[in-house]
Design a protein around this ligand. Structure first.
Ligand SMILES: N[C@@H](CCC[C@H](N)C(=O)O)C(=O)O
Length: 276
């Protein structure tokens, strides 16, 4: 099988984008791992497959796979890249796009030459729905890791996130502690782990150890979860500029019961074909 793809990124979180509408695509976890491999494949953090929607109200459906081959529910940077991809490939001429994902329907707005704004829906805070093992819902939870206790926020943006506050994100043990928390038994579906440094009520820095990938240059759902956790702790206002290693996202969240909006760029790098 020869697969046509576009390589894209959202602030350095990179994607292999595949049009599953105009070509027949059969993916297995092994194939995804092969494509995502930076030595023997194309290389990416996630693969995003665009399909026709099942819900007649939606314009498209997409599926997201991590580099380890696992299929996941949601992806913020992927959503922005998806919006550019379907426009650039002329699959739609709309500027407001409704897309079905495993986490529900997202609303995307293309803004000018490279910005996309995404209504990411309401965050989920109920532990069982994250999923996270806790008796009651709280703003923070003590989490035991190797004899140390960390105060974490637990949030689902369709996919699960743990958020830790740190004083200096550059010194945070993202690869080591992130990898342990990713597989902590209290997160039965594993978890993405964000290390958040608050700089001001409208500015923060974030690094994310992504489930199924490792540290990435940016994580859109991670930035949304970080905003939610910081706001629930009373540390930030409703608009927050979050700088990740790959650049800055603007996140807007008025508070509980309201959707989170994420705005940032999406960039196409090249088009190609791969024999699988
Ligand atoms: N990079 C993404 C998140 C991708 C999925 C995540 N690794 C998971 O397993 O939930 C983003 O920009 O949100």
């Amino acid at each position: 099988m020869r697969l046509k793809f576009t390589k894209m990124h959202g602030l350095g979180n990179d994607f292999v984008m595949v049009d599953g509408i105009t070509q027949r695509v059969k993916l297995s976890p092994e194939k995804v791992r092969q494509i995502a491999d930076r030595h023997i494949g194309i290389g990416c953090d996630q693969l995003l497959l665009v399909e026709a929607p099942r819900d007649p109200e939606a314009d498209f459906r997409y599926r997201i796979y991590n580099a380890d081959g696992s299929e996941v529910e949601n992806c913020g940077n992927g959503a922005r890249c998806f919006a550019r991809f379907v426009r650039d490939r002329r699959l739609t001429s709309k500027e407001h796009i409704l897309v079905e994902t495993a986490a529900g329907t997202l609303k995307l707005n293309i803004q000018g030459a490279d910005q996309v704004s995404v209504d990411m829906g309401e965050p989920v805070l109920e532990p069982a729905k994250i999923p996270f093992e806790a008796d009651i819902q709280a703003e923070t939870y003590p989490l035991e890791v190797d004899g140390e206790t960390y105060n974490i926020g637990a949030v689902s943006m369709g996919n699960p996130h743990a958020v830790l506050l740190v004083e200096d994100v550059l010194k945070a043990p993202v690869e080591t502690l992130g990898a342990i928390i990713e597989r902590h038994p209290r997160f039965p579906a594993k978890v993405n782990v964000g290390f958040l440094q608050i700089e001001a009520r409208d500015r923060a820095r974030l690094r994310v150890f992504e489930r199924g990938v490792g540290e990435t240059r940016a994580c859109g759902t991670g930035a949304c979860a970080a905003m939610v956790s910081a706001r629930l702790r009373g540390l930030v206002d409703e608009e927050l500029h979050i700088t990740l290693p790959g650049g800055t996202l603007t996140i807007h969240w008025p508070g509980p019961g309201e959707p989170v909006t994420m705005t940032g760029p999406a960039t196409a790098v090249y088009h190609g074909q791969i024999a699988l």
